[in-house]
Design a protein around this ligand. Structure first.
Ligand code: GMT
Length: 372
């Protein structure tokens, strides 16, 4: 098949997922064309069967806001026509679903009906999409898609609650390449981070408000009152300074490392003992799944779809949003002895296999085939 993929090229979960999907499809022999405004971060190195088309947005003194969506729709038309694409798969509704609708209508006038599949990822519905500034366009363009998928049952249900959706929404869970995340820890790296064998706790996100990174610091503070630990913060974003300030205030700053945006998550996760995800909402929590695939148990909130991947008492624990006391106790109960920790690690790794890339990619292929 010749497949166009549209996504955000950044470190966010939707872009990571879309890029990994494209790479996996290309490996299976499909021809994949990425259409984005920048090279996606996980699209590194030359991969046969993959082409990348950058959306150029020419500016003009009249434009306070260069019209990205118009440029994107025009690029879609160009790429679909010149590469004879069979379908277009857009990730994150805003503005990809409406740009795809525009491209589809243009091509219909030229005698080509390109199927459009929209995958909903989370904030495109629950946070940004529901804002009345965007909602009518989001609802309309989702309804105009030939197929709609959501990354969890929770997101599917939320979408039906928030919008008047006239079509079925299929749930296709996010996936992880388990083989890639099954790594032996690099001892030298572990020694640098935790020279005295401290437990290593980790959080990875875009540090937006919704992630509640202050809760991560508070949990770490409570844990290290009882056992020695180090905290790794991976990623960057607006709330980073909040986390830094709180770590200083609580006197744990020296035990915390901010390692910034990282591509080699598998190497970092390989040395970690516990992943913390304290979000107000997660449609899925791809970062937590990647942690589990690397054998790292997860303490998370029970918000959104997190309960669909993190199994309470098995792969980690879940607690109410903001309940840092419970999450600290849960963290301690996992980290308290090597035997318990090992049992949680093994079960997390085992459970992640359910979401292995090899199980999920065929679900997308089956969906595509229905439109050919
Ligand atoms: O979490 C973010 O802010 C990034 C966002 C994105 O669109 O990249 O992540 C969303 O999509 C991921 C991939 O499907 C999910 O794993 C995340 O849970 C979801 N984030 C939220 O729902 C807040």
């Amino acid at each position: 098949m010749r497949i166009g993929i549209v996504c955000y090229p950044t470190f966010g979960g939707s872009g990571v997922l879309a890029t990994e999907l494209g790479k996996a499809l290309a490996q299976k022999g499909h021809l994949v064309h990425f259409i984005t405004y920048q090279q996606p971060v996980r699209l590194n190195g030359f991969i046969p069967n993959i082409s990348y088309h950058e959306v150029q947005v020419p500016t003009y003194p009249l434009f306070d806001y260069p019209p990205y969506e118009t440029a994107l729709a025009s690029t879609m038309v160009d790429v679909i026509k010149n590469n004879h694409l069979d379908l277009l798969h857009v990730h994150y509704a805003i503005p990809h679903a409406s740009a795809a609708y525009m491209a589809k209508q243009i091509l219909i006038k030229e005698g080509k009906n390109i199927p459009v599949i929209t995958t909903l990822h989370g904030t495109d519905i629950t946070l940004v999409g529901r804002d009345k500034t965007y909602a009518p366009v989001v609802a309309f363009s989702i309804n105009q898609s030939d197929a709609i998928t959501a990354v969890s049952n929770n997101l599917r249900d939320e979408t039906f609650k928030i919008f008047n959706i006239e079509k079925e929404i299929e749930v296709i869970y996010n996936f992880v390449d388990v083989a890639r995340f099954t790594r032996k820890p690099i001892d030298a790296f572990k020694k640098v981070i935790a020279p005295n064998g401290e437990r290593i706790l980790i959080h990875a996100s875009n540090f937006r408000k919704i992630k509640r990174v202050q809760d991560v610091v508070n949990i770490f503070f409570q844990v290290t009152k009882e056992i020695p630990g180090k905290l790794l913060f991976v990623g960057d974003g607006p709330e980073r300074s909040t986390a830094e300030d709180l770590a200083r205030e609580l006197g744990v700053f020296d035990e915390v490392r901010f390692v910034g945006k990282q591509e080699q998550m598998e190497d970092i996760l390989a040395i970690a003992d516990l992943f913390l995800l304290t979000s107000d909402y997660e449609s899925f929590g791809l970062a937590a799944l990647e942690a589990m695939a690397a054998g790292v148990p997860v303490i998370s909130t029970n918000a959104g779809g997190l309960g669909e991947i993190n199994i309470n008492g098995v792969t980690g624990y879940l607690a109410d949003v903001g309940d840092v006391n419970t999450m600290s106790q849960q963290a301690l109960s996992i980290l308290k002895d090597d035997k318990t920790l090992k049992a949680f690690k093994d079960r997390a790794a085992e459970h992640a296999k359910k979401f292995d890339i090899h199980n999920i990619i065929p679900l997308y292929e089956n969906l595509y085939e229905r439109f050919l």
